[in-house]
Design a protein around this ligand. Structure first.
Ligand code: ADP
Ligand code: MN
Length: 175
């Protein structure tokens, strides 16, 4: 397959680590399109039931991939979802895994009004670095970027780093 002129990124991480806010910022700074997959799946009827513990829709991962398969090969997408293991490797150029310290994450989840069961489930996910491990099992180590997301300054730095990475990709300085 020919190299994409514009890359595709996944921004993943435990709920509350800052995926949607970073992806939104990055989209406005880079011109890439942000897709919040949970919302997208609901809007396009690509869901497979309801998770009672997490109180959210469960993605039908195959349907999501089928739905995006016609546009992803051309690149230019920022995919925002907690998990990352269900996309074909060849469609993804970098996997950003956001990480947040426990006390900061706890406060964010609490501020969202999540029930305690959902907070502890997500805290465990972050403590056991579940998403980072998932990324490492699904993609080559050299396309994974683990980024710290505790403060607004870190979020700005992350956006800046990714904007510059995207520019390097477009200038064919990568790979
Ligand atoms: P996610 O999409 O991963 O669940 P969000 O982007 O919705 O996370 O962020 C959750 C909350 O935390 C929001 O109120 C957001 O403004 C805040 N937030 C996210 N990232 C940071 C950060 N790096 N520093 C400070 N606050 C942040
Ligand atoms: Mn989100």
């Amino acid at each position: 397959m020919a190299r994409r002129e514009i890359p595709n990124l996944i921004v993943c991480g435990t709920p509350g680590t800052g995926k949607t806010s970073l992806a939104h910022k990055l989209a406005s700074q880079s011109g890439l399109k942000h897709i919040d997959l949970s919302k997208y799946a609901v809007e396009h009827n690509l869901v497979d039931g309801w998770d009672e513990v997490l109180n959210c829709a469960v993605l039908d991962e195959d349907k999501v991939v089928d739905h995006l398969e016609s546009c992803l090969p051309d690149g230019g997408y920022i995919l925002d979802y907690h998990g990352c293991d269900f996309f074909p490797q060849e469609l993804i150029d970098t996997v950003v895994v956001l990480r947040t310290e426990n006390s900061v994450l706890y406060d964010r989840l609490k501020a969202r009004g999540y029930p305690e069961a959902k907070i502890s489930n997500n805290m465990e996910c972050e403590i056991f670095q579940t998403i980072l491990d998932e990324a490492r099992e699904s993609y080559e180590e050299d396309i994974i970027m683990e980024l710290s997301s505790n403060t607004p300054e870190e979020q700005d730095a992350n956006a800046e780093k990714l904007v510059s990475w995207i520019a390097d990709w477009k200038n064919d300085k990568l790979k």
